[in-house]
Ligand binder design. Structure first.
Ligand SMILES: O=C(O)CCC(=O)C(=O)O
Ligand SMILES: [Fe+2]
Length: 375
């Protein structure tokens, strides 16, 4: 009985908005609110972040044009041609929990050359590598707009990691160990379009199915006014994360949850297709730009002793009073404990993009899809 009531008290029905700190007074308040978001919701809106609105609107103005490129131009930088799982994915070829996601997207990562040494054993390192872009002549300036945006958001992520460490009582450099080898880190992002379906057959379709993000933190720009993003609370209810202009949505991934002994919540989330109405059809597709701020690809989350993160009694008490998660049906990352983070990423990519995996990682593909490509 007491169990149940404590669960209800610590559960959430809305997602907090937290202002990025610009003074020492604001800093203390920010750290307190961040601590609550880390432990209780796993999601928050960040306002006043130090990413210029010019950079955001420069990128925003390209998004409709990007998806309106002729199909043959988009196919020229298709993800199936990239062992790094970077590039264009057409509608209907991405999967979450064996169900097709209804979105079209371009995966782009921060600049990096492949570090794979050519051996079979280290093939997973080939998940890292250069992005593919549309031809500069068909979309002049786009490459610069997305690269500039990602560089800025990447810096914001670096700063947030310091604040997160502080909010967990580890001091600002308390999580630096996960970023030891800068050359072995690549942050990944994408630009996504969720079309308004022709009809919704009674219930809204799967834009992207329930899942956890894998890394430390995700910085999401909701680049259009559509509803659709939903976040699962402790009781398993889906809470709307409606776009708030001038904010980013920040959420935490499985790696940070493991690293912090479950203090930080990786929260399950999904996106519903836009409502199939004429009103939304006039507005057009829903657009979003997630950015996954990663850790070093060679880090093994299972090496907990090595990380030696010590948390105060108070922080552990806050975790325990939050209560445990209801079982969710989100994608799990059970490989986390034993494999390097880069390999965990590969497994995630293989499950989501089986066509790319079949071509570039045939052995891993067979392991997860013994009966061939899903239909
Ligand atoms: O499009 C969104 O708002 C969120 C997408 C998402 O959760 C993801 O791609 O991991
Ligand atoms: Fe996500």
């Amino acid at each position: 009985m007491s169990n149940i009531s404590s669960k209800i008290v610590s559960d959430f029905s809305s997602i907090p908005v937290i202002k990025y700190p610009n003074s020492s007074d604001e800093h203390a308040k920010f750290i307190g609110s961040l601590q609550n978001a880390l432990i209780s919701t796993g999601f928050f809106y960040l306002s006043d972040a130090p990413v210029s609105s010019e950079i955001i609107s420069a990128l925003g103005s390209y998004i409709p044009k990007l998806f309106k490129l002729p199909q043959e131009e988009k196919d020229k930088f298709a993800m199936v041609n990239s062992p790094h799982f970077l590039g264009y994915t057409k509608l209907g070829s991405e999967w979450t929990k064996q169900k097709v996601d209804w979105r079209e997207q371009i995966d782009i990562a921060t600049p990096m050359a492949s570090r794979w040494n050519g051996t079979e054993e280290e093939r997973w390192m080939n998940v890292w590598g250069p992005s593919q872009y549309p031809d500069e002549a068909v979309l002049p300036g786009f490459r610069n707009a997305i690269d500039t945006y990602q560089a800025e958001v990447s810096k914001l992520g670096d700063q947030l990691v310091k604040y997160i460490a502080e909010a967990l009582g580890l001091g600002p450099n308390g999580l630096d160990k996960f970023y030891e080898v800068k050359e072995k880190m690549q942050h990944r992002g994408k630009i996504v379009s969720y079309p308004v379906p022709d009809s919704d057959e009674g219930e809204r379709g799967q834009g992207v199915g329930p899942h956890y993000d894998a890394g430390f933190l995700t910085i999401l720009l909701q680049a259009s006014p559509h509803p659709g993003l939903q976040v699962q609370n402790l009781s398993g209810e889906w809470i709307d994360a409606t776009p708030i202009p001038g904010t980013f949505v920040i959420n935490f991934g499985r790696a940070l949850e493991f690293a912090t002994q479950g203090i930080v919540r990786a929260t399950s989330h999904r996106v519903l297709s836009p409502p199939a109405t004429d009103e939304w059809r006039k507005v057009g597709p829903r657009y979003s730009v997630p950015f996954f701020h990663n850790i070093d690809m060679c880090v093994r989350m299972g090496d907990r002793e090595k990380w030696g993160l010590e948390f105060s009694e108070e922080i552990l008490r806050l975790r325990d009073s939050r209560g445990k998660l209801a079982n969710t049906d989100s994608v799990n990352y059970s490989e986390f404990l034993t494999e390097p983070s880069g390999k965990v990423q590969l497994v995630g990519r293989v499950k989501s993009h089986p066509d790319v995996a079949e071509r570039h990682y045939p052995e891993v593909f067979k392991q997860f899809f013994p009966n061939g490509l899903p239909k």
